[in-house]
Write a protein that binds this ligand. Structure first.
Ligand code: C2E
Ligand code: MG
Ligand code: MG
Ligand code: MG
Length: 291
């Protein structure tokens, strides 16, 4: 019986595996439907500079599932990558982020913020990725200098020449680049030097235990020193406590992101939160909020 259906049919004899396959198929159907119905939303988390002023935001994707409520990206991005749904979804994210930048450009307290967008490997590897980003910018009228793209180490190193070509094409238009989750991959310093990066983000796994794990502390310090020597901005991710913030500041960190400042929140709430944190020392001129 199994042989008649070919080798793939064998897995259906394992009920646990069958349940996993069924759940994935259902999630895939739901994802397609969600894209059609517009059930996705971007939430925004602040990036805060050394003075405590909000200098930017990261856009984080959320899915409002009809039965399951808000779903975090870790539970659907991998499947979206496998199925290719990440391509239309990624385009949608770029369009919404660019439209948000245009809306913020008209709000005095938001006008100077940069906006970081996460890019998946499959999306970045498309031959026309750079053209897609530029088209989104053109459609919206967003200022490309306010847009930052976050890429991971594995993505960048997978095809270094292609990566450098695409990054350089977009950098020529003023778009910034950030290396996300730094320290979790295999970057060598030689590679890092060749990439036209503006920023590296210390992965939150090192920030979490920075005060209790000596290895994490020395990794965080090394990344901060590396950023200084390569002239890259370093953003610490997942900062939750004053003590973590103080440790990082003491070692030269200039930018922070984490629940200590705000949780990712819908645009309206983020704007209101920003308005509630005006930056007093010249904040009015720089248009930046202060915490
Ligand atoms: P990431 O880009 O490294 O984003 C940071 C993650 O850390 C976010 O999780 C954020 O909500 C969470 N976070 C922020 N501050 C804290 C903190 O103080 N403590 C803790 N424990 N967590 C904190 P989220 O939103 O669940 O996103 C997870 C990942 O999904 C992102 O990691 C990113 O890789 C991916 N992702 C999110 N949005 C998109 C998107 O639009 N496109 C693509 N391709 N990937 C996305
Ligand atoms: Mg990110
Ligand atoms: Mg990250
Ligand atoms: Mg991550």
């Amino acid at each position: 019986q199994a042989k008649a259906h070919g080798r793939n049919a064998l897995r259906f004899f394992d009920p646990a595996m069958q349940a996993v396959v069924a759940a994935r198929a259902e999630l895939e159907v739901d994802l397609r439907e969600a894209l059609r119905l517009g059930a996705f939303e971007l939430h925004y988390q602040a990036q805060v500079d050394a003075r405590g002023c909000v200098s930017g935001a990261e856009a984080l994707l959320r899915w409002q599932h009809p039965q399951r409520g808000w779903i975090a990206p870790a539970s659907f991005i991998p499947l979206a990558e496998e199925t290719g749904l990440i391509l239309p979804l990624g385009l949608w994210v770029l369009d919404v982020a660019c439209a948000q930048l245009v809306a913020w450009s008209k709000m005095p307290h938001m006008a100077r913020l940069s906006l970081a967008v996460n890019v998946s490997a499959r999306q970045f590897r498309q031959a026309d990725f750079a053209a897609q980003v530029l088209a989104a910018i053109e459609r919206s009228g967003a200022d490309p200098r306010r847009l930052k793209l976050e890429l991971t180490e594995s993505l960048m190193l997978d095809n270094l020449d292609d990566t450098i070509l695409k990054m350089s094409a977009l950098k020529a238009h003023g778009i910034g680049f950030s290396l996300d989750d730094f320290g979790t991959g295999y970057s060598s310093l030689a590679y890092l030097k060749r990439l036209p990066l503006d920023e590296i983000k210390i992965d939150q796994s090192f920030v979490r235990d920075v005060l209790i794990d000596a290895n994490d502390a020395s990794i965080a310090r090394s990344i901060l020193a590396l950023g200084q020597s390569l002239n890259l901005e370093v953003v610490a991710e997942g900062v939750e406590t004053d003590a973590q913030h103080a440790f990082l500041a003491e070692h030269g960190c200039q930018a922070y992101q984490g629940y200590l400042f705000n949780r990712p929140q819908p645009a309206r709430q983020f704007e209101a939160w920003g308005a509630g944190h005006p930056c007093p020392d010249g904040g009015e001129e720089t248009g930046r909020a202060r915490l």
